[in-house]
Structures are given as structure tokens and as C-alpha cells.
Write a protein of this length. Structure first.
Lengths: 192, 115
């Protein structure tokens, strides 16, 4: 989840970035970097690709901050829209690379470096989370994007609609379907 | 209605938990700012920045199939640098070399080793 920040602060940072102030970009990364990295990682199912997308997103923010219009979208919406487009591009052209990239190595490193205290984390809980990751990856692209934007990035349906270029009703439908699939998967896993 | 809402929250919490991983915002900022500065340095800097991505050259990262082919250039001799992967890639690319990054210790093979 992102650190709480006001829309005004984010807008001010965007103005400073457009004026070429690197410290403002560093502050923006401190605010949005974690949430955006988690979102991209889970969307793409790969930690290294998630890191790359986060890096590329903020580079684009730096290059195009002058085009940001606060009357049309909030800063977080604008930044996540860049990230969402990069994720889709990368997913569509990255299938070849995924034949070679060692996803399992990154996933294992993530598990080992998990923030949760080991003593409190049971094997069953870890297995359940691994199954949820698999179920998220198996969701259709737009369902996956919608559920991650709400659950991981903390966006409301209005913001998600702006990011995905859809209307609110469509986003609500995507969320209903995504949760239904995940709920069914969780139910199956509990029955095993 | 409340039950549905509670269950939606439970699913969202599972998604959130399944998405947790260690992140380093300071490293991310450092990488982005370094690429911005490399862009300012012109073609050599841009080329190095483009290819010195974390998936290929970050600490603890492994290149696909053991090696990453970075750039093909003029005939080269082979040497071995036991140095940090990222720095090695940036150095080799700035020299316009062929660079192969070792999978475990950041060893780099390239013409620049002799210059």
C-alpha cells in the first residue's frame, strides 16, 4: 500500500519534476515506488520484470511530466496508467524471454526475503499464498489488472476506470469476476 | 450484503498478502536517476543504461541461461573481471565491447579487459 499523500503534494511534485528537479522524482518514488513495484511484479508474475517496469515507469514520468494535466487525472492515476501500459506491452512481447528467465529463482528469493516473520508463517499459509499467486496469474489480463489495482495499489473503481480506459460499471464487473475466480480457487484449495 | 463485502475484503487481503515482497525504493530511485544521467551523457551512456537493467545485471540476479549476451562489436580478446556486474556491463558497453556476464560472480569477458 502506498504511503498516504495528498493530491496537492503529488501535483506539486509533478510540477517540480517537469522543471527538472531530481529530488522531487526521488520523493515521488518513495511514495509510489513500493506499491507500483508490487503491482507490476504480481501482474507479470516475475520480480525482476516488476522491478524493470517500475524503473521504466519513473523514467517515463521524468521524461513526460510536462504533459501531466491535473485537471484530467490525479498523479497516481497518471503514473499507474503508464505502468499498466508498460505491463501489457511487456507481457505481450515477453513470452519468448520467459522461456529462459528463471522465474523460480526470483520467486524463491522473494519467499526467503519475505517481510513476514518466519516463526509466524506456517508452511500451509505459504502454500496458500503460492496458490493465490498462481490463481492471480491465471486470471484474464483485465481482471488481473483490476484486482491488483484495487487490492495492491489501493485504487477505487473510479481511478481504476481512468487507468484502464473503461467505465466504472465495467470495472466493477471485472472485480466481481476476478474475486469469483479467486474465491472458487481458494474453496478448491481448502477442500484438498 | 455485508457478508459479500466481508468476503470481498478477505479475497483482496489474500491478493495483497500474495503480492508482498521485499522492495527497495532507495535502490529504485538510484537506478532511475542513474539512467537519467546516462541519457544526458549521449549515445554511450544511453546504450549502457539501456542494457544495464536489473533483470540482467542487478545484485543477486541471474542472466537467462547462465549468460547475457550484451553487445557484439569488433574482434576481442577474452579476460575476466571479478567485479560488480552492473559496473562491469556499464564499463564494457562504454568501450563498445562484447560482454558476457558470468552467472555467479559477475565475471565479465571482453576486449575492454586489455585496454
Amino acid at each position: 500500500m502506498e504511503q498516504p499523500t495528498s493530491a496537492q503534494e503529488a501535483q506539486r511534485l509533478m510540477r517540480e519534476i517537469a522543471a527538472g528537479r531530481e529530488s522531487a522524482l526521488a520523493r515521488l518514488i518513495a511514495i509510489y515506488g513500493r506499491g507500483l513495484t508490487l503491482y507490476a511484479t504480481r501482474f507479470l508474475g516475475n520480480a525482476a520484470e516488476g522491478d524493470d517496469v517500475a524503473q521504466e515507469t519513473f523514467l517515463r514520468v521524468w521524461q513526460t511530466a510536462g504533459r501531466f494535466d491535473p485537471d484530467r487525472a490525479g498523479a497516481s492515476t497518471w503514473i499507474y496508467r503508464i505502468a499498466a501500459n508498460l505491463c501489457i506491452d511487456r507481457q505481450r512481447r515477453g513470452r519468448f524471454w520467459r522461456l529462459f528467465v528463471r522465474d523460480d529463482v526470483h520467486e524463491m528469493a522473494d519467499l526467503l526475503q519475505d517481510d513476514a516473520p518466519d516463526a509466524a508463517t506456517t508452511i500451509a499459509a505459504r502454500r496458500q499464498l503460492a496458490q493465490v499467486r498462481g490463481a492471480i496469474t491465471a486470471l484474464p489480463e483485465r481482471q488481473r489488472m483490476a484486482i491488483l489495482l484495487t487490492a495492491v495499489a489501493g485504487m477505487d473503481t473510479n481511478e481504476i476506470a481512468a487507468i484502464m480506459g473503461a467505465n466504472q460499471g465495467a470495472v466493477e464487473q471485472l472485480l466481481v469476476r476476478a474475486r469469483r475466480s479467486l474465491r472458487a480457487q481458494a474453496g478448491q484449495d481448502n477442500e484438498r | 450484503m455485508n457478508d459479500n463485502h466481508d468476503d470481498d475484503d478477505r479475497i483482496d487481503a489474500l491478493v495483497r498478502a500474495a503480492s508482498q515482497r521485499t522492495t527497495d525504493e532507495a535502490l529504485l530511485a538510484n537506478n532511475v536517476l542513474r539512467r537519467i544521467r546516462q541519457d544526458r551523457q549521449g549515445p554511450a551512456g544511453k546504450r549502457a543504461g539501456l542494457l544495464a537493467l536489473p533483470s540482467f545485471a542487478g545484485p543477486g540476479r541471474f542472466a537467462p541461461a547462465g549468460f547475457a549476451l550484451v553487445l557484439l562489436a569488433t574482434p576481442f580478446a577474452v579476460a575476466r573481471y571479478p567485479v560488480d556486474q552492473t559496473e562491469a556491463v556499464v564499463t564494457a558497453l562504454a568501450l563498445g565491447d562484447l560482454a558476457l556476464i558470468g552467472p555467479t560472480d559477475g565475471a565479465i569477458f571482453g576486449r575492454g579487459a586489455f585496454e
